[in-house]
Design a protein around this ligand. Structure first.
Ligand SMILES: [Zn+2]
Length: 450
């Protein structure tokens, strides 16, 4: 990862032109289909489930949901009498849960083709932005397949994340609703952390936070420590004065702030700076944990990606020692989640998915249960808490009137077995539109409205 800022900027302006052209070219062709889908979404739908589980992690009385204009308008029983024109959709063998929220992905990290054993090199050196956009479109679809209807992306180069969001929002490609950080404050695009005086570094990070806000990002991502993939090092990159200055600038511009913090070292500074979420951290001491719980800052533990890198080490060229280190990191990560949850730190689910991990994003929740959370609490981390993290708690993350009709139907009992959520997704609706339907053809026919 040795690209300099000017190289990234030059690439970006060339790619911006090419990708903008692509959008202009394809959107008129696809607009009629999108309009038809919109018209279809105007007809109210009456969905019938076996049971309904809210993002609070509790059962909702009633089995029926009325969806209209992409929004849940009623939940209860005998709703056909109140909505006689509603089109029935029979999901009576399945349990409804809210659309899932993955609070930490890298959706633009993808290769067009298999890894040759050096996936990071291939990504950064051999995969130009248009190809990364193609891979990102595939990743977006894989997330919908497992019920993820909203995601927060926490680092992407060349604005590929913004182009993907535009394609999704304009109905050109299917995918989750995206909240984005763009490139953020990362050594890849910033002066080396140790360079200049403290005052210069503060000015530089504040300026960068303004640029990120002006780019249209929702979040500022600050890489406060090293650590990624098989690198579990957690060495400091930025310190309190810089983190605080960047955080204040971002907040003044209406952004939220996520801090990448491997190990414990950057956590006290991030808490003091008043950031909104802390990613990855382990081994945090009790005093810091108490301050963390009092602050209300979210913890996004990202446990399962260590398992993923260990299982897939050949794709990345990691050796057996790296695999052992990754597997040894998992118990520290689980122990941290257990302590954080017990201390009252709010938890949100983030997979940190990259490359071939897309499609496994929600396996993270199985670690949450292993760390002592109930299945209902784990579900809440991936629904209601994800929505709170994003500031979308009045719109997303729950099955209740007035909320977006992001609804996932699963087999099994999510409140007793989290695998119902992580492995048994059958049907997915996003904003009132059915985007996944894996029911057997006979069951699905006549109920899909297509
Ligand atoms: Zn990440």
């Amino acid at each position: 990862m040795k690209l300099r800022h000017w190289q990234v900027s030059a690439r970006r302006s060339r790619l911006a032109g090419a990708l903008a052209m692509l959008l202009w070219c394809v959107s008129p062709l696809l607009a009629p289909g999108a309009a038809a889908a919109d018209a279809d979404a105007q007809v109210p739908m009456l969905l019938t489930f076996a049971t309904i589980v809210d993002g609070t992690g509790e059962l909702v009385p009633g089995r029926e949901i009325i969806v209209e204009h992409g929004v849940i308008v009623a939940i209860g029983t005998s709703l056909a009498e109140r909505y006689p024109g509603a089109r029935p959709v029979d999901l009576s063998g399945l349990t409804a849960i809210p659309g899932l929220i993955d609070s930490h992905v890298h959706i633009t990290y993808g290769l067009c083709g298999p890894s040759r054993g050096d996936a990071w090199h291939q990504l950064l050196r051999e995969t130009p932005a248009p190809q990364r956009l193609v891979a990102a479109i595939g990743n977006a679809e894989k997330m919908l397949e497992i019920g993820v209807t909203t995601a927060r992306d926490l680092f992407a180069l060349d604005q590929v994340d913004f182009y993907l969001r535009e394609l999704i929002e304009r109905g050109i490609v299917p995918g989750p609703r995206l909240f984005l950080s763009g490139t953020g404050i990362h050594p890849l695009v910033m002066p080396p952390a140790a360079s200049g005086t403290e005052a210069e570094r503060i000015a530089s990070l504040s300026q960068r936070a303004r640029e990120v806000a002006d780019s249209g990002a929702d979040w500022l991502k600050i890489f406060a420590t090293t650590g990624t993939g098989s690198d579990l090092s957690g060495e400091r990159v930025y310190y309190y004065p810089e983190i605080k200055a960047a955080t204040d600038t971002a907040h003044a511009k209406g952004l939220r702030v996520a801090v990448h913090a491997y190990g414990p070292t950057a956590v006290p500074d991030a808490i003091r700076a008043g950031v909104d979420s802390i990613e990855h951290a382990v081994d945090v001491d009790d005093a810091s944990l108490r301050a963390w719980a009092a602050s209300g800052i979210f913890y996004v533990p990202t446990i399962d990606h260590n398992r993923y890198y260990a299982d897939h080490r050949n794709e990345y060229g990691y050796d057996a020692d790296a695999e052992r280190a990754l597997r040894a990191f998992i118990p520290r990560n689980v122990a941290m989640l257990r302590r954080a949850h017990a201390a009252g730190v709010p938890i949100a689910m983030g997979s940190d998915a990259v490359m071939t991990m897309f499609g496994d994003n929600t396996r993270e929740l199985e670690w949450f249960v292993a760390a002592g959370m109930t299945p209902g609490e784990a579900l809440r981390a991936a629904t209601l808490n994800g929505a709170r993290l994003l500031g979308q708690q009045d719109h997303l993350g729950r099955l209740a009137p007035g909320f977006a009709a992001d609804i996932v139907a699963v087999t099994g009992q999510p409140l007793t077995d989290i695998r119902a959520v992580t492995r048994q997704v059958v049907w997915v609706m996003k904003a009132g539109e059915v985007v996944v339907d894996k029911r057997p053809l006979g069951e699905a026919s006549g109920a899909r409205g297509d």
